[in-house]
Design a protein around this ligand. Structure first.
Ligand SMILES: [Zn+2]
Length: 149
């Protein structure tokens, strides 16, 4: 994958993330930039944010109002009803995509039946690799086996 391709994908992700920030509540451009940096750990270019906000505004997804910040007046952007609906749809799709990506690495604890993501405990019992959520579950699983036999 070329770095140009990666940049394109990341900028799509950035747009998606800008929407999640707006979904939380009204924000001015600068606070979108700083929230983005805080959570993603990467700078986001204003040349990506402002044209995107304008695009959303033209599509009726976002509106802005001028609010005084210190001595100046700044644009505070917020999602319209239409914009919120778009976000809800996007988030649903995205969570379906993410669960598809997570499921294969997930297993079920052989003892208590809870879902085990990364960081569970596994042990080979009777030549079979068994997954557990923790050491204690592995212990009580083995204990129960002993009692049954
Ligand atoms: Zn367990």
């Amino acid at each position: 994958m070329s770095s140009k391709e990666i940049d394109e994908i990341v900028s799509d992700f950035s747009r998606f993330y800008i929407l999640t920030i707006l979904y939380e509540g009204p924000s001015h451009g600068y606070s979108i930039i700083s929230k983005f940096k805080k959570r993603i750990g990467k700078e986001i270019s204003p040349s990506l944010i402002y044209p995107f906000l304008k695009q959303l505004e033209q599509k009726g997804m976002v509106r802005y109002s001028l609010k005084p910040v210190g001595a100046k007046k700044k644009k505070v952007f917020e999602l319209t009803k239409k914009g919120k609906e778009l976000c809800t749809q996007l988030f649903k799709r995205f969570s379906a995509l993410v669960s598809v990506a997570i499921e294969p690495t997930m297993s079920i604890c052989a003892n208590c039946g809870c879902k085990v993501y990364e960081g569970g405990y596994s042990e080979v019992i009777d030549n079979k690799k068994m997954a557990f959520c923790c050491v204690h579950c592995a212990e009580s699983y083995k204990q129960e086996r002993l009692e049954k036999h």
